[in-house]
Design a protein around this ligand. Structure first.
Ligand SMILES: Nc1ncnc2c1ncn2[C@@H]1O[C@H](COP(=O)(O)OP(=O)(O)OP(=O)(O)O)[C@@H](O)[C@H]1O
Ligand SMILES: [Mg+2]
Length: 399
């Protein structure tokens, strides 16, 4: 009988072990692959069933939008009823996304409904994503999203109603820089500047990942019945299509006069682009001038270029101030606010401050002015801010 050499035996054992491992590996691969197929099947069946529902029922039911508590899904019918059928009398403004209507819910709550222009199926998905994001952002300095509607290809956003509308309407009452005198006093302007800064600070520094507004401007600062400010339309800038009627939409480029130079030149967008736009709004509050007005004298058409050399010059800074604010502020205050604005509109993004720094610098200015009884702009009497008491309070701050 032939005997097996120990070396041959070891080789046979190794071979058996290798074969066993190979079989086990193939078996596990097969199991993993079957599991993957099973999960894929399950997911695609679910997607199909959701799509199927959408064709026969309200789209709002088929769109699985995960929103925080408090954000309501409205039907088109409900919003139609709340806004008197989107009647002309209910229109409160028009913007880059469509028209805004005032409405009243059956429980008596006032709302603002933004009926967005159509931008196709892809727009609907983006809209859904934005609603999901916006519903999670909550700050007293941001306009609250109450709900939305995506019925019958319509896209609507429902916001809390802000009784005093956009800041620009109060800075430029006749819708132009040469119209009626603004009734917003210094104290109210500084408080608006601080509250808007807090809104941006929240978006940049309290949200992860940070949210870049992209279209920060005076019409996107809304004022409630007490002239407290909230920032609106954050995150919406992404939603618009890039081409409207063959022209590049302002949604991509932001709004003329507010866009940071590096964004305009390279499309490179950071939170510092918002800081630049914030600086432009601060300049509007100081000067009462729109960011771009080519009807002005030569050299004065572009607000930033006109004011920049004057902002850091104590002698010249008074030249740029809104004449309607005369007697309401101290030199010390103006120099401080002008310095903040100058830093925000620096052409070099890295030299611009963080919004948290802006807030820190503005807080003492607003605290200084705060009185025990909350003061709001007296819109019935434009000259009230120039009353002796107001002037005195302004002078008192110089000491
Ligand atoms: N929640 C609201 N409460 C009261 N008024 C509002 C509200 N939202 C918007 N408005 C009014 O509607 C106007 C138009 O707003 P909308 O946001 O559509 O356009 P915009 O701010 O001028 O430009 P953009 O589309 O670039 O934001 C505002 O200027 C404001 O007067
Ligand atoms: Mg707006």
């Amino acid at each position: 009988m032939a005997t097996v050499a120990p070396d041959d035996r070891r080789a046979a054992i190794i071979l058996v072990v290798i074969v066993v491992f190979a079989v086990l590996a193939v078996a596990s691969l097969l199991v993993a692959f079957s599991y993957y197929c099973y999960i894929r099947n399950k997911v695609s069946r679910r997607v199909k069933s959701l799509k199927g529902n959408g064709s026969s029922r309200d789209k709002s039911e088929s769109l699985q939008v995960t929103v925080d508590k408090g954000v309501h899904v409205f039907t088109f019918k409900q919003l139609h009823a709340a806004t008197s059928g989107f009647g002309k009398a209910n229109v409160i403004g028009h913007g880059g996304f469509g028209s805004v209507y005032k409405g009243i819910l059956p429980d008596g709550r006032k709302i603002a409904v933004k009926l967005m222009d159509q931008c196709g199926k892809q727009g609907e998905e983006e809209f859904k994503m934005e609603v999901e994001l916006l519903s999670r952002l909550r700050s007293p300095y941001l306009l609250g999203l109450l709900g939305y509607c995506t019925d019958n290809d319509h896209k609507l956003l429902v916001y809390e109603f802000m009784a005093n509308g956009g800041l620009q309407e109060h800075l430029y009452p006749e819708n132009g820089s040469h119209g009626r005198i603004s009734e917003l006093d210094w104290e109210t302007r500084m408080r608006i500047a601080l509250e808007a800064a807090k809104g941006l600070e929240y978006l940049h520094e309290h949200v992860n990942p940070p949210v870049i507004h992209r279209d920060f401007k005076s019409s996107n600062i809304l004022l409630d019945s007490n002239f407290h400010a909230k920032v609106s339309d954050f995150g919406l800038a992404k939603l618009g299509s890039d081409k409207v009627g063959g022209h590049v939409s302002t949604r991509v480029l932001g709004t003329e006069g507010y866009v940071a130079p590096e964004y305009a030149l390279t499309g490179h967008l950071t939170t510092k682009s918002d800081v630049y736009s914030y600086g432009v709004v601060l300049l509007e509050l100081l000067t009462g001038r729109v960011p771009v007005d080519m009807k002005r004298a030569p050299g004065e058409g572009v607000l930033v270029s006109w004011v920049l050399p004057r902002l850091t010059d104590r002698e010249k800074v008074v030249e740029i101030m809104d004449p309607s604010l005369e007697g309401q502020y101290s030199m010390k205050e103006v120099v401080q606010v002008a310095a903040i604005a100058a830093m925000c509109v620096q052409p070099e993004a890295d030299y611009r401050p963080l919004m948290a720094d802006v807030v820190q610098s503005l807080v003492p200015l607003v605290m200084h002015h705060q009185r025990p009884t909350s003061k709001v702009a007296n819109c019935s009497n434009p000259l009230s801010a120039k009353s002796p008491s107001a002037s005195e309070s302004g002078r008192a701050t110089t000491s």
